[in-house]
Design a protein. Structure first.
Length: 522
């Protein structure tokens, strides 16, 4: 839209001197609370329209961010692009002197952030008062609904959802697994708390944090508020749930909110609180030990395929949500591991792969020798300096006698000399190419054992370079489709695999690949 040459651009408009405005539209109407939703949007506009925008008119700097650090970062980034910022209400102008701008930004940033802190404290105090008067101030939990009154709101039981909650507690207390309960709820198309399909996490949640339907104490008529708070990570901008000290919790007995009877609740707690080794569910599961669990995807639903027991890989959605969500796909772990590891071994030991690996090893060892020579030269120069210093110290002691300072410095210099002599900087200690390659071949031949020694590192390498392994099923059998060409695995993962199997640290040299392999599994 063309601009009126005689009209001053409105706040929230990015304009250049040639009167060719670029309106901020929805970017300009965002709350100043979150720079990821506001300030970064302005920066993105400048990046897209680089060279066109000259002036940014704002109501005030708080429209960019109300966080001091983020506001400063955003303003510096904008002004570094040559864009002038003008605040209509706070008087900020990029054309002012640097000292004046810095002082004004600092004061405004502090005031803006204090405004948010003060507002949060007042809001929290108001909510606390509502709770003390018996009203509702938290989020809406499954099983309840909010009833609006004159100047507040209260909770009441949602009959249909309460019936599902009682069913879940009753069945779990009787010994049914969360997986079976969830599968049945999904089969019956019972709406979940989020309006989608049920998942195990919705039931079990976190017993320590009191989340999940099986752990919500409100169902027992015990209303708990102020148990946790959300803190923003300053690096990522994401919020994290942090538990408050127990002394800050507000707990009220609310019999009108009871959904689960005391006997059923106690049975559920006993089962959850019993350690796993004693037949319960409490405690952390074991660390992942499979090489491909979680790296596979289901061809039916696109979800993760994990180790569902000691024999099979299977669709996690089928396991946790039931057949009505995904028909599932199952593959024996030993067969899939054998086939995929065989494919990897075949390509890592092919003539072309070995030749490329030989080049990688030779270059890496050459770099190690270069660094060793450099370290050796530095150490030798330092040894010469130490010998002179020790000689001077001995001479000084002979002339003036032994003092505490001279004795301490002499001992320190001798220790440093011994340490330098003990370190072998000679390139002769660097391994030979033939020896490293021989070790590489031995360990590749027994790839399963080699990777199993460090399953965490192995999974990271396999995930990064095999990309996606999709399990597909048809009338003839089950197949593993690898998105990246296994032939490109060496060129991309050769260094990482060499470091894993041969104990040397080499950098990856990825070249990628577009073909894919289809591997029959049965």
């Amino acid at each position: 839209m063309a601009a009126d040459p005689g009209r001053t651009p409105e706040p929230g408009t990015i304009s250049r001197a040639s009167q060719d405005p670029i309106r901020g539209s929805r970017h300009a109407s965002k709350s100043g609370l979150n720079p990821q939703r506001r300030g970064d949007n302005y920066i993105e506009i400048f990046r897209i329209h680089a060279g066109r925008a000259d002036i940014l008119l704002l109501e005030g700097l708080d429209r960019l961010s109300r966080d001091m650090v983020e506001q400063e970062t955003i303003i510096r980034d904008i002004e570094a692009r040559g864009v002038r910022i003008v605040g209509l209400s706070d008087g900020y102008d990029s054309k002012a002197t640097r000292a004046a701008r810095t002082l004004q930004r600092g004061l405004r940033g502090m005031l803006n952030e204090l405004y948010l802190i003060d507002l949060a404290a007042k809001t929290h105090r108001g909510l606390s008062g509502q709770v003390q008067r018996g009203h509702h101030a938290g989020g809406l939990a499954y099983g309840y609904r909010t009833v609006r009154e004159a100047d507040n709101s209260r909770l009441e039981i949602h009959p249909e959802q309460a019936a599902i909650i009682r069913e879940i507690h009753r069945r779990y207390a009787a010994g049914e697994s969360c997986q079976r309960i969830v599968a049945d709820l999904n089969r019956r198309h019972v709406p979940s708390p989020r309006g989608t399909t049920w998942a195990v996490s919705a039931l079990y949640g976190s017993p320590n944090k009191g989340t999940g339907i099986l752990n919500n104490e409100t169902f027992t008529g015990r209303y708990l508020w102020n148990r946790s708070q959300w803190i923003k990570d300053p690096k990522t901008g994401t919020r994290q749930r942090i538990e408050r000290p127990r002394a800050e919790w507000q707990i009220q007995d609310r019999p009108d909110l009871r959904i689960v009877d005391a006997e059923t609740w106690a049975a559920v707690r006993q089962r959850i609180d019993t350690p796993r080794l004693a037949g319960g569910t409490r405690g952390k599961g074991g660390k992942p030990t499979t090489l491909f669990g979680g790296l596979l995807t289901c061809g039916h639903c696109g979800g993760a395929v994990v180790a569902i027991n000691d024999r099979l890989y299977g669709c996690a959605a089928r396991k946790d949500r039931g057949r009505s969500v995904c028909p599932g796909i199952y593959v024996p772990r030993d067969i899939l591991d054998k086939k995929l590891l065989g494919l990897i071994r075949e390509h890592l030991t092919s003539p072309d792969a070995l030749a490329e690996m030989h080049t990688l090893v030779r270059e890496a060892l050459h770099e190690q020798r270069r660094q060793a020579d450099a370290h050796g030269a530095t150490a030798q120069a330092r040894l010469i300096e130490l010998e002179k210093e020790i000689g001077n110290l001995v001479g000084a002691i002979a002339q003036v006698g032994l003092s505490a300072a001279l004795q301490s410095r002499l001992a320190q210099a001798e220790r440093e000399r011994e340490a330098l002599h003990a370190v072998k900087f000679s390139a002769a200690n660097i391994g030979k190419v033939e020896d490293v390659m021989a070790q590489y071949r031995r360990r590749i031949l027994d790839l399963r054992t080699t990777l199993s020694k460090s399953p965490t590192n192995a999974r990271m390498i396999l995930k990064e370079y095999l990309k996606e392994i999709r399990l597909e099923a048809d009338q003839e059998g089950i197949y593993a489709q690898i998105k990246e060409s296994p032939a490109s695995l060496l060129s991309s993962a050769g260094g990482a695999f060499l470091g894993l199997v041969a104990g040397a640290g080499f950098h990856n040299q990825s070249t990628g690949g577009t073909p894919h392999a289809v591997i029959p599994l049965r």
